[in-house]
Design a protein around this ligand. Structure first.
Ligand SMILES: *Cc1c(COP(=O)(O)O)cnc(C)c1O
Length: 389
């Protein structure tokens, strides 16, 4: 029976214990499992290799992304590190230029020491991708929409180029989740998530997920997962499973709120620009509409006057000034000093991550309260006066 995604989400990890019929997956807080006799196993031997709670999460994400096999890691960065272990010294990667700062740092400060190089390209341009491919290019790592400028890559076209050139294609699907976008259906080889964000959804657990599309890649990833051992523990696996169940309704509300806030900010005289793929004047609005079933709940904006930034961050009452995203609570971040601080200033500026840019992760609160919160900090007379002087 082909169940729809809302149903699949709710059924994540459902009734995994036939002995009790427990609806919620039990937390198997065990490092090891006894064997019935020599040469026999229950399927579980040692929890680095497999743990029933983690396996329930891994099966759920593989199904949701339409892939072959899922793997749960201790963080999104552990997931990306493990994916990068697929490459060898001398290999070159094509990487979206506007991406999560931690991914950039990992490539530049860790993997560069192992002879793996990367070119940072505007992957929303397929010509730029084709031009960057060399004889040593072995992989492409795409974030779409990108973080924080919300640039959208055409998945179908890009994955076709990747395929034709024999590149392993990796999509960081953290911002969209499988509820809105399924990169494997466009030909991606690997999809990864920081499950810390929307999949967990409550800002209470750090986790990473990987889904491989083919048996060959699944076997390679399984060796790395068990060999390097950056696995997710049973408690956190349970929290992510619990988060998945409400993903659809959370995202529906979050997107609805985001659309309202994006439209309101676009009209505001103190705001210079709003970056949100759900706005009709977003350069890739058409592509987004084609390849995803929604525009997500992340938006960025620039203020006209930099002096507004500290006032906004200090005075917001409902929206918290904190790193991370995707949870039920709205959070605002300042990429220049937070998520993207490790990208050298001139590179950062040239990519549009300036000191006027703020990133908003919209939660499930009442949209009017969020807009009132922003209105208050943008329009209190003291703030307006401080900006003028
Ligand atoms: C947060 C994030 C990561 C890193 O994940 P962690 O769970 O924090 O290790 C990677 N990619 C994107 C897009 C992210 O937002």
């Amino acid at each position: 029976m082909g169940l729809k995604i809302e149903t699949l989400l709710v059924r994540s990890g459902l009734q995994k214990d036939p002995t009790t019929g427990s609806i919620s997956t039990p937390i198997y807080q065990s490092a090891t499992f006894s064997h019935p006799e020599l040469g026999k196993s229950t399927g579980f031997d040692y929890s680095r290799t497999a743990n029933p709670t983690r396996s329930a999460l891994e099966e759920a994400i593989a199904k949701l992304e339409g892939g072959h096999r899922g793997f749960a890691f201790s963080s999104g960065m552990a997931a990306i590190t493990s994916i990068l272990f697929l490459f060898k010294p001398g290999d070159h990667l094509i990487v979206s230029d506007d991406l999560y700062g931690g991914t950039y740092r990992l490539l530049e400060e860790v993997f560069s020491h192992y002879g793996i190089s990367a070119s940072y390209i505007d992957t929303s341009s397929s010509d730029a991708i084709s031009e960057a491919i060399t004889s040593s290019s072995k992989g492409i790592f795409i974030e779409t929409p990108t973080n924080p400028l919300m640039k959208v890559t055409d998945l179908e076209q890009t994955l076709r180029i990747a395929n034709k050139n024999g590149l392993i294609s990796i999509v960081d699907n953290t911002f969209m989740t499988p509820y809105l976008q399924q990169p494997i259906s466009f030909g991606a080889d690997i999809v990864m998530h920081s499950a810390t964000k929307y999949l967990g959804g409550h800002n209470d657990a750090v986790a990473g997920l990987v889904v491989t599309a083919s048996q060959e890649l699944s076997e390679k990833m399984a060796k790395i997962h068990n060999g390097a051992g950056a696995i997710l523990g049973p408690q956190d696996s349970w929290l992510i499973l619990r988060g998945l169940k409400t993903l659809a309704i959370r995202l529906e509300r979050q997107q609805e709120n985001t659309q309202k806030i994006a439209e309101w900010l676009s009209e505001h005289p103190s705001i210079e620009q709003v970056y949100y793929p759900g706005l009709k004047d977003h350069p890739q609005y058409e592509i987004s509409s084609r390849q995803a079933s929604g525009y997500g709940a992340m938006l960025s904006f620039t203020v006209k006057n930099t002096k507004l930034v500290p006032m906004i961050l200090k005075n917001l009452q409902v929206i918290s000034f904190a790193e991370s995203l995707g949870g039920v609570e709205s959070l605002i971040t300042y990429p220049v000093t937070q998520t993207h601080a490790d990208i050298p200033a001139e590179i950062r500026e040239s990519r549009g991550i300036t000191d006027k840019l703020l990133r908003l992760s919209v939660g499930i609160e009442n949209a009017d309260d969020l807009i009132d919160d922003l209105r208050t900090v943008l329009e209190v007379p003291a703030n307006i006066e401080a900006v003028r002087t």
